[in-house]
Design a protein around this ligand. Structure first.
Ligand code: SF4
Length: 99
């Protein structure tokens, strides 16, 4: 599923969405333009369950207003978040295959 011009909803996103939003998420709306989860008040997904492409995206405006040290801290945090995401998906898939 395409989320934005830059990102796709991948298998890891679906696994984490199921784990982090166990009560479910809004049904995606078919659109010619824009994300299927974009509503009148913004993203309809709980932020924890948003696709990785959305959570790690740093827009140009944010990049311009951050100091170099803040940008580096964000980069480090995003690397860590990516590692944790991989660990979570690995643990989930190992647990599923062990049953
Ligand atoms: S943040 Fe939400 S509305 Fe925006 S692209 Fe990601 S899923 Fe879609």
């Amino acid at each position: 599923m395409r989320i934005s011009r830059r990102g796709l909803l991948d298998t890891a996103d679906l696994i984490l969405m199921a784990v982090l939003a166990p009560t479910g998420v809004p049904y995606p709306q078919a659109r010619l333009q824009g994300c299927p989860f974009l509503g009148e008040k913004g993203c309809q997904l709980p932020w924890r369950a948003r696709p990785y492409a959305c959570l790690h995206y740093v827009c140009g405006h944010l990049k311009r207003v951050m100091t170099l040290e803040e940008a580096r801290a964000v980069d480090r945090a995003l690397v860590k978040a990516g590692e944790l995401r991989s660990q979570m998906v690995g643990a989930y898939t190992q647990g599923r295959s062990a049953k």
